[in-house]
Design a protein around this ligand. Structure first.
Ligand code: NAD
Ligand code: TYD
Length: 371
């Protein structure tokens, strides 16, 4: 059981998990965020014989409401903690007998990293090394434990008009965010080569889907279109991103975690490149139809604004290694995924309103703190 001192720090919410015998106790970090919440939901539902411990600091990007549909499941546990807090992480490994880690907790927004890089260094670099160190110590007498690090294609830098990022592409990060993620990737590999830790990495392209914090391009544009606010397109809008449905990213992590080779990295993407302006115009048209507005009405909201500093021109992923070795493919065409995603934001306007009003931050105190 927890010592009093660590209880104060950890604030653990746990439902009847101690009496069950699980085949794995998996620590998922950052599970209250966008991708993490989709992964937690997948793992909790698909693997009732695994205990899933979701550890999250609940920064502005963490929203426990994302997981309200799984929070009563017996194989799910939430722990509020910071991955930089060594004592808290040691306690979690010990209290839950953690067998494996899937690490997603990060500061994830490029614009915020430009405004203030230090938080990115603390969480993405220092936090990752702390997690690695605690895992190494906790697993010193056991074998077969896996540390899966979830990373981004942005570590490879920026492409010109041609070519795709392969796993062998040299790292060339250019923003504070991608530099911090590249650094964390290097530390994860170092723990494999130096200490023999069973690590796996996945580097994914831009994700879209439900529950994405509305500072990122797609939910921000949907929200602004609904509210008839300007649609801020950076520069000329000709930067290219390669979009993947978040549920497909979660299924890829599941596949790599279980079947990927130890010490290997896998690129994850859907061969789905769009310029930002084409994507924004497509969303405008889709929402003209769904909101019953006149054709072209939403496009008039497009506003070109100053470009992002150091804005990477093009990202595009070659995911053939993942396809050939692990038989993974995206399940949805982009247009279908985008339509499902837009419908979700339209049907869940209270989810966005909770964020805009800040009330989502009360959920932990209301639902967990005193239980
Ligand atoms: P997100 O910002 O939505 O969520 C991050 C989560 O981490 C939040 O719940 C936050 O509370 C938590 N967190 C932040 N700092 C923490 C700390 N110090 N300790 C514990 N928890 C902390 O991010 P996301 O978009 O879901 O991305 C998840 C991971 O996937 C990140 O590692 C990101 O680099 C990677 N990734 C994201 C994308 C994308 O398109 N969003 C693409 C490829 C890879
Ligand atoms: P974003 O969703 O922040 O992801 P990333 O920077 O990790 O690729 O941005 C996606 C693209 O959209 C990127 O090229 C920047 C651009 N963008 C805009 O043009 N306007 C916006 O308001 C935002 C948030 C992004």
């Amino acid at each position: 059981m927890l010592k009093e001192s660590s209880k104060a720090k950890l604030r653990i919410w746990n439902i009847g998990a101690y009496n069950m015998s699980y085949t794995r106790n998996i620590l998922i970090t950052g599970g209250a965020g966008f991708i993490g919440s989709h992964l937690v939901r997948l793992m909790v539902n698909k693997y009732p014989h695994y205990r899933i411990v979701n550890l999250d600091k609940l920064t502005y990007a963490g929203n426990l409401k994302n997981l309200s549909d799984v929070e009563e499941k017996t194989n799910y546990t939430f722990v509020k903690a910071d991955i930089c807090d060594q004592k808290a992480i040691i306690d979690v490994f010990s209290n839950y007998q953690i067998t494996d880690v899937i690490h997603l907790a990060a500061e994830s927004h490029v614009d915020r990293s430009i405004e203030g890089p230090m938080e990115f260094v603390m969480t993405n670099v220092v936090g990752t090394v702390n997690l690695l160190q605690c895992a190494k110590d906790a697993w010193k007498d056991t074998e077969g434990n896996i540390f899966h690090h979830v990373s981004t294609d942005e570590v490879y830098g920026s492409l010109g008009a041609e070519g795709l990022f392969k796993e062998t592409t040299s790292y060339d990060p250019r923003s504070p965010y991608s530099s911090s993620k590249a650094s964390s990737d290097h530390f994860v590999r170092a723990f494999h080569h130096t200490y023999g830790m069973n690590i796996k990495l996945s580097n994914c392209s831009n994700n879209y889907g439900s529950h994405q914090f509305p500072e990122k391009l797609i939910p921000l544009m949907i929200n602004n279109i609904v509210n008839k606010k300007p649609l801020p397109v950076y520069g000329k809008g000709d930067n290219i991103r390669d979009w993947l449905w978040v549920n497909d990213h979660a299924s890829a992590i599941d596949r790599i975690f279980h079947d990927g080779r130890i010490g290997e990295a896998y690129n994850v993407g859907g061969l789905n490149e769009w310029t930002n302006i084409d994507l924004v115009k497509y969303l405008c048209g889709l929402l003209d139809e769904k909101l019953g507005r006149a054709s072209g009405e939403n496009e008039s909201l497009i506003t070109y604004v100053a470009d992002r500093a150091g804005h990477d021109m093009r990202y595009a992923i070659d995911a053939t290694k993942l396809e050939n070795e692990l038989n993974w493919r995206p399940s949805l065409e982009f247009e279908e995924g985008l339509s499902i995603t837009v419908d979700w934001y339209l049907e869940n306007s209270e989810w966005i309103e909770d964020i805009t009003s800040g009330s989502y931050m009360d959920y932990y105190n209301d639902m967990y703190k005193n239980r």
